[in-house]
Each structure stands twice: as C-alpha cells, then as structure tokens.
Design a protein around this ligand. Structure first.
Ligand code: GLA
Length: 367
C-alpha cells in the first residue's frame, strides 16, 4: 500500500500576485490530505472519500461523462488531463481523508488534485516532475473547476520544505527556499468560518481587470507583458489610460510585489515587526484597492491592531472569507486566541477556529 501526504499552504505575503507573474511567499503546512493507494487488477479506478463516506469508480475501458461535482470533479479532471498527455493509466484503489478545513483558504483543492496526481505518479512510475504535477493541478482548476488561479497553491503544496518558506517568482517559476527564524513568534491562523458566494467569479473578475490593465498600458509601454514589468512611477504616469477601478487593481498588485521583496529583506534580518507592517499594508490594499476582503476578515485584522503581542495580520488567500494570518509573539499566544475568539463571537455569533501553524514538508510518501 502506498501512502502519500499532500499538505495545505499558508502565504505570508504576496496575494493575487501569482497570476500577475509576480512574487509570493507561501509555505506548506502540517495539515493536509492523506492518500492510500494500491493497484487492482480491474480496469477501474475506485476512489473513496473517508471523511464523507462517498465512493466513486472511474472506468478506464468505458469512461463516463457523468456530471461530477466536488472532489470527484477534481479527480476526473486530473485523470482526463493525464490521459490527454498520452499517459496510459491502470486500475487502482484510492482512499483519502483530510485534516485541512475545506474552504478556509488553505488550498485544500490544490492539496487534493496535486496529491492525487503525485500519488498516481508514484504508483504507476510515470516520472512526472513536481512542476509538471503542479501545472496539471492548475489545469484542473482552469478547465474543470472554472477558477483561473495562479500557480502559488500547487507549487507551495508540492515543493514546501520544513521550517522554510518559498519565494516563488511566478514569472520565471523559480522557487527559492528561505529559512525563517520562528523562535519567538507563532504564525496563527484565524478561520472566519465564512465563505461568501461569488468568490470564484470575483476571483476571475480580478484577473480579467489586471489583464485589461496590462493591455491598456501596453499601448504606452509596448514591452510589458504583465504587471510585473511595470514600476510604480510608470503606473502613475499612465494613470489616465486606465479607469479608476482598473488603476486601483493594478496599483495594489504593483505595490504588493514590492512588499514581498521588502518583506523578504525584513525576514533576512529576523525583523518580524517590520515584516508585520508590510502585512498590514497588504491587507489594506486587498481590502480597499483590490476589494477581495469582507467584513469578517476586516474585523479580525482591526482587532489584531488593538491586541498586545501581534506584529502583523492580514487576510490570506483568494479572499471573501477563509482565514487571517497573524504573527504573534509566543508569550502572548494564549491570551490573543482567547481575545480574538471572544470578540469575533460577540460580533458575528460564530466561534472562529484558530490554528498555530507548523511549516512542514511538501507532498511526500509516508512510511
Ligand atoms: C487562490 C489561488 C492562488 C492565488 C491566491 C491569491 O488561493 O488559487 O493562485 O491567486 O488565491 O493570492
């Protein structure tokens, strides 16, 4: 029996920059999806979601075009893409269970699709690289789920390393591991437990707005290919070429890219306080310029400013719900968790979940 662990991810800073060819700073975490696989002699792939006790079988000899939804659609999409690549699949049994909260912005979907492909790759000795697996995971999102996501989640889940964050240059797709000193701080996630509808369509809308911005700017700056290639002063210079809305979206992205680089510099000096300031600025931009936050996320970030022992906080991931990420001094951790929980429950009538993050290894075979 083959056992695979496929982690979720956090992102310290660099939100909505990946599909703009920019920088991100994610890490794999110790929560994730555990897959167990073994070959069978049938020409069928039997899959079982242990947590929800749901089974499905994908026939290789007689593929059905059933309208799959949920996890089954991710698996179906991944199998389709592997076959389109000319890969000959064989029958196997696969079961999986998860410790990742779904819809909390910890990339449970990347963990699911990439973990599934990674497991098949190992079981059938296909020789696919981690990068290829990541790109297949992204293709599943684009073509089967309808979310035009970037590459951050898939790269972070597959390429994470223990106690290390990844600087990913989404233009060159080069991943640089950076070790961080977490001796005095804890990375604390607070799950709002809300996920507002329209999150997917709003995500694609943001992506299109940035693309439109690039096309309009290209009339003045023909050499640019993405918002990565534009400086802040150039953006201001050609502001009148853009609508106010598109200008704001572009401004957020250009500034956020710079914040990632400044943040890395702060971390190299072990200056979490300076890093935390960048996180607050990132949240402000996400909320006011990029408009992907929501009242629950804004509330938690505002609260964090009033609490002792928090160095920085912001919403994390695509937005419209999910988690905030907070840098908390270790000696304040327990008090802060209580204060957040009390205030959030009082405001919204929901008890938030909190997770102290352990940065773990990317997708791997378990013994
Ligand atoms: C989601 C997407 C990522 C990225 C983030 C926002 O997690 O899957 O590609 O765009 O949102 O940074």
């Amino acid at each position: 029996m083959l056992h695979i662990f496929s982690p979720g991810r956090i992102n310290l800073i660099g939100e909505h920059t990946d599909y703009n060819q920019g920088y991100v700073l994610p890490a794999a975490i110790s929560k994730g999806i555990q897959f167990s696989l073994e070959k069978n002699d049938a020409n069928t792939i039997n899959c079982y979601a242990e947590d929800i006790k749901e089974a499905t079988a994908f026939s290789l000899s007689n593929p059905s075009s059933k309208d799959y939804t949920g996890w089954q659609l991710y698996f179906w999409g991944a199998l389709q893409i592997l076959q389109q690549k000319g890969i000959k699949l064989q029958g196997f049994n696969c079961s999986f269970s998860s410790t990742l909260p779904i819809g909390a912005g910890l990339s449970s979907s990347a963990a699911l699709s990439c973990g599934f492909v990674f497991a098949i790759n190992k079981l059938l000795h296909l020789g696919l690289s981690r990068k290829t697996i990541a790109l297949i995971g992204q293709q599943v999102e684009h073509e089967f789920i309808g979310v035009k996501c970037g590459i951050m989640d898939q790269f972070a889940s597959l390429m994470g390393e223990k106690d290390t964050i990844l600087k990913i240059d989404c233009k060159s797709q080069v991943v640089a591991p950076i070790s961080i000193n977490q001796q005095n701080i804890t990375i604390l996630l607070i799950n709002t437990k809300v996920k507002h509808s329209l999150a997917e369509s709003a995500y694609n809308h943001r992506r299109n707005a940035c693309q439109e911005g690039v096309e309009l700017l290209q009339k003045h700056l023909p050499n640019i290919q993405s918002l990565r290639d534009i400086s802040l002063s150039e953006l201001h210079e050609f502001k009148s070429a853009l609508s106010d809305d598109i200008f704001q979206k572009c401004l957020y992205v250009v500034e956020e890219n710079q914040r990632v680089l400044d943040g890395i510099d702060a971390l190299s000096k072990n200056n979490w306080a300076a890093f935390g300031e960048k996180m607050y600025l990132s949240h402000h931009g996400l909320s006011k310029l990029y408009e992907v936050s929501c009242k629950e996320l804004d509330f938690l970030v505002e609260q964090s400013k009033a609490l002792e022992g928090i160095l920085g906080a912001r919403m994390m991931g695509g937005g419209f719900g999910g988690c905030t990420i907070n840098i908390v001094q270790n000696d304040a951790l327990n008090t802060v968790i209580q204060q957040f929980s009390y205030a959030y429950e009082k405001q919204f009538g929901i008890m938030p979940e909190t997770y102290a993050v352990n940065i773990g290894a990317g997708t791997h075979v378990c013994s």
